[in-house]
Write a protein that binds this ligand. Structure first.
Ligand code: NAD
Ligand code: UFG
Length: 344
């Protein structure tokens, strides 16, 4: 069994990916500093897979602790690096926190990869690197726009760091540009646990339906889209998680990445379909039977109008495509919220 390190593996996307890795017979070791997750997630993962993953509490900003961890774990064959801070607004208020947490952690990990000959690395990037796209759907070779937040900038710089490192070492890396992950595991054992007031649409919807929030604000209904609200590519988190396993298998089989890419590849992970905010709200109401309290308000600063993925590269090269529907994702998110809130 190949041993894979999953950083941030108790977080939202990491935990779902750990389950998929275990399903595919990988041995997983999770490190997380619990800054945005709970230790209870370990139990949720174990309830699904019946195999407790190894876990070590580690803050990846502490270089000496990271070195010590690798000294004790020389048999790691691949790394999936989720650990990062991800709140766009917070990154504007506290840029140094974001540059430290999102860049130093990556650099320390790559230094250990060099030291121990760990050559397979998967990185969580974001469609935020595209900014407001010139054409849709967005392909991987679309222009990278100047980042509109320190968070977005950390993803752009991280991609550069990976590309440069791959070009001068044995490292092979895949950066996965996620579109908008939503939903939870069908068992409701794991899901998204936003700290404080949710910034993202679907957790805000489910918390409103659960009565935790009074009403949902629809940010902007005067955009140049069919119904006036913004368009995003919402992808079920389990589909997203599966893509990590496929990408890892691609690296481990040395089937790539192409030499002319200097051992570095990028893939969009989305459904290829754009949905408006109002469509998501309507779909939630229809699928769950829950009436949502919402109001239309002004635009949110920094929102792009419309983004959705061209998924051809991931479909053809990774042989991966999404299988789950928006309805399944919203239903699973609602089931998870009900469990968290103790609603029958
Ligand atoms: P999350 O916050 O749920 O998970 C991240 C995990 O990393 C948390 O468990 C947190 O405790 C841990 N962590 C943070 N800093 C750490 C550190 N210094 N040392 C150890 N552990 C640390 O976030 P997520 O939604 O699962 O996102 C995972 C990755 O995907 C992030 O890199 C994020 O930027 C990226 N991403 C997320 C989205 C999204 O919408 N959720 C979209 C695009 C990209
Ligand atoms: N929205 C609302 N009301 C809310 C929350 C969101 O109307 O309470 C709208 C937003 O205005 C946007 C859409 O719902 O039009 C989606 O918003 P999210 O915050 O869920 O997602 P974003 O597309 O803004 O951001 C996500 C990730 C970021 C990442 C970005 C890349 O959360 O980490 O995609 O585009 F940087």
């Amino acid at each position: 069994m190949k041993k894979i390190l999953v950083t941030g593996g108790l977080g939202y996307i990491g935990s779902h990916t750990v389950v998929e890795l275990q399903k595919s017979d990988f041995q997983v070791i999770i490190v997380d500093n619990l800054s945005n997750s709970s230790i209870d997630v370990l139990e949720g993962i174990t309830n699904i897979s019946k195999t407790p993953p190894r876990f070590e509490r580690l803050d990846l900003r502490l270089k000496a602790d990271v070195s010590d961890f690798f000294k004790r774990n020389k048999d790691i064959e691949g790394i999936i690096h989720f650990a990062a801070s991800k709140a766009v607004g917070e990154s504007v208020e506290n840029p140094l926190l974001y540059y430290e947490n999102n860049l130093n952690t990556l650099i320390y990990l790559l230094q250990e990869c060099n030291a121990y000959g760990i050559n397979n690395f998967i990185f969580s990037s974001s469609c935020t690197v595209y900014g407001e796209p010139d054409s849709l759907p967005i392909t991987e070779d679309a222009q990278i726009k100047i980042a509109t937040s320190p968070y977005g900038n950390t993803k752009q710089i991280s991609e550069e760091i990976l590309k440069d490192t791959c070009s001068v070492s044995e490292l092979m890396a895949i950066a996965l540009r996620y579109f908008n992950p939503i939903g939870a595991h069908e068992t409701a054992e794991i899901g998204e646990l936003p700290a404080g007031v949710p910034q993202n649409l679907v957790p805000f919807i489910t918390q409103t339906a659960a009565g935790v929030r009074k009403e949902l604000s629809i940010f902007g209904t005067d955009y140049p889209t069919e119904d006036g609200s913004c368009i995003r590519d919402y992808i079920h988190v389990v589909d997203l998680a599966r893509a990590h396993v496929v990408a890892l298998q691609r690296l481990l089989s040395k089937n790539t990445p192409a030499v002319d890419n200097h051992n570095y590849e990028v893939f969009n992970l989305g459904t290829g379909r754009g949905s408006s905010v109002l469509e998501v709200v309507n779909s939630f109401e229809k699928t769950t039977g829950q009436k949502l309290n919402y109001k239309k308000v002004g635009r949110r600063v920094g929102d792009v109008i419309s983004v959705y993925a061209d998924t051809k590269k991931a479909n053809e090269i990774l042989g991966w495509k999404t299988e789950k529907t928006m309805e399944e994702a919203l239903l699973s998110a609602w089931k998870w919220e009900q469990k968290v809130r103790g609603i029958d």
